[in-house]
Design a protein around this ligand. Sequence first.
Ligand code: ATP
Ligand code: MG
Length: 336
Amino acid sequence: MTTSELIKQLFLSFNNKDNEAFLQVAREYIDREERKKHTIVARELEKALYQTTGVSNGQKRFKQNLPIPRDTEKGFPLLEIQHYEYDFDSLVLSEETKTHLERIIREFKDADILATYNLNYKKKILLCGKPGTGKTFSVQIVSSVLQIPLVYIRFDAIISSYLGETAGNLRKVFDFIENGTWIVLFDEFDIIGKNRDDSHEHGEIKRVVNNFLQMLDNFKGDSILFAATNHQNMLDSAIWRRFDAVIDYELPDEAARKQLFERYLQPLKRDKKINFSKAAKDSKELSPADIEMIAVEAMKSAIIDARNSLSMNDLDAAIEQFIHREKVKKHELRKE
Ligand SMILES: Nc1ncnc2c1ncn2[C@@H]1O[C@H](COP(=O)(O)OP(=O)(O)OP(=O)(O)O)[C@@H](O)[C@H]1O
Ligand SMILES: [Mg+2]
C-alpha cells in the first residue's frame, strides 16, 4: 500500500467509525516510520494515538463510541467530557493528602500488575472537605496526570430532572462510563444528604441513593470514580462503606497559605517589600480558592492603576476587602 492509500484507509475507517480498522492502519503507518528509522516521528505519533488512555493498552480508548447520554424529557446532557492539562504541583495540599492522591494515581498506572496478583486498584474514591479546598481541582489534576479525559457529572442535574426519571438517568450514565476508560467525577454529591430531611422527597431520594449505591457496587469498568462533597456529615455509613478510599481536604495552614499567595501572584512583578508571611498570617481560615480570588483582585488593582508591579498595599487591601465581604455574607445569611 502506498502512503496515500494508507491515509485514505485511515479516513475511511474514521468515517465508518471503525475503530479497529483505524487503529490497525494507524499502527501500520507508525511501523513504517519506524522502519524508515524515523524514530522520533514514530514516538510522537504513538503518543498522539494513545495519549488519552494513559495505560499501556491503547486499545481501551477505542472501545468508547457511545453518544453522550441525555435526559429523555428535556434532552439536556447528563455528563460532560472535559480535558485538562495541569501539573500535579499546581496543587497545594498537606503531605498526607498529596501522598494519598499520588497513591491513587500509581495504583491505576500499575493496575495490570496488581491484577496479576488478583488485587484491584482503588477505584471508588470519596473526596470530602470545605468549599474551595481543591476537591474538584484534584480530580482535574488526576485526569491531567493520567491523560485520561474527565467525565464530569453534576449529581443535582441528574436528580433535579423529573424525579421518576432519575434512576433511568443514572443507569444511562453508568452504561456510558462502563464502556470506556475515564476519570469520573460525581460532583456536588451532597445533594443526596441534603435532601434526606425533606420529607416530601424523602422516599424518592432514598430510592435514588440506593440505586446509586447499587450501581457503584456493581461497577465493572476500567475507570476511577470520584465523588465529591462538602457536607460529609450528611452522608451515612452505608455510603462511606462503598468507597475504597476517603480523602479529607483541610483548610490550608499558614505555610500552605504563603505558598498559595506566591503561586497565585506569580503572573505579576512584585515590589521588593511584598511580605507573603504577613499575607499568610492575615488570611486565617481562608481556602485556596479564596486566596486565589484575593490574588486576582490584588493584581487587577495594580494593573488598572498602570503600575507594573504589585505592592503590599494592593495585597493588604484585597485581603481586607475579602474578609469584609465574607463577614457581610455571613451576617446576611444569619438574617435570612
Ligand atoms: N489545594 C489547592 N491548591 C491550589 N489551588 C487550589 C486548591 N484548592 C482550590 N484551588 C483553586 O481554587 C479553585 C476552586 O477549587 P475547587 O473547585 O477544587 O474547590 P472544591 O473543593 O471543589 O469546592 P466546592 O466544595 O465548593 O466544590 C481551583 O480551580 C483552584 O484554582
Ligand atoms: Mg467542587
